[in-house]
Design a protein around this ligand. Structure first.
Ligand SMILES: *[C@@H]1O[C@H](CO)[C@@H](O)[C@H](O)[C@H]1NC(C)=O
Length: 132
């Protein structure tokens, strides 16, 4: 039997697992100006993290938690930089990943530190099916 999972389903599973994570694992954090790079994280997952999971040095939940914290922190950093460049205070997040509670919490904290507001959608806007 073939199993087909959309990227969105994988991400939702990771988000659910991330909520159970407690221990932060240092992951490559690559931000240059307005650019983020995920290739070092991917290499790390393929090499080091896979080994740590096999040796029970790391749980899937802690890995998902660390991935989520790291990726969102990178996105917060470039969002804040863009806001500073454009002299904007408010942010509107839309789309599936934008419904993630943790990303909204981080974005809200950053916006309020800048005297701005976050506008975001909730999980009614998750896209569960994709047509390609
Ligand atoms: C970001 O990426 C663009 C396009 O590849 C590139 O032109 C630019 O130099 C990069 N910025 C930094 C700071 O690396």
């Amino acid at each position: 039997m073939m199993m087909v999972m959309t990227m969105m389903m994988v991400m939702m599973m990771m988000m659910m697992l991330a909520k159970k994570g407690k221990t932060f694992l240092d992951l490559p954090y690559v931000v240059k100006g307005m650019n983020v790079s995920f290739s070092r994280i991917l290499s790390y997952i393929e090499a080091t993290a896979a080994e740590k999971l096999n040796n029970n040095e790391c749980t899937p939940a802690n890995l998902c938690y660390s991935l989520q914290e790291t990726l969102f922190a990178m996105l917060m950093e470039i969002t804040e930089r863009a806001m500073a460049h454009c002299d904007k205070k408010d942010v509107l997040i839309v789309g599936g990943v934008g419904c993630n509670e943790r990303s909204q919490e981080m974005m809200r904290t950053m916006c309020s530190a800048r005297g701005g507001r976050l506008f975001a959608t909730d999980d009614r806007y998750y896209m569960l099916t994709t047509e390609q």
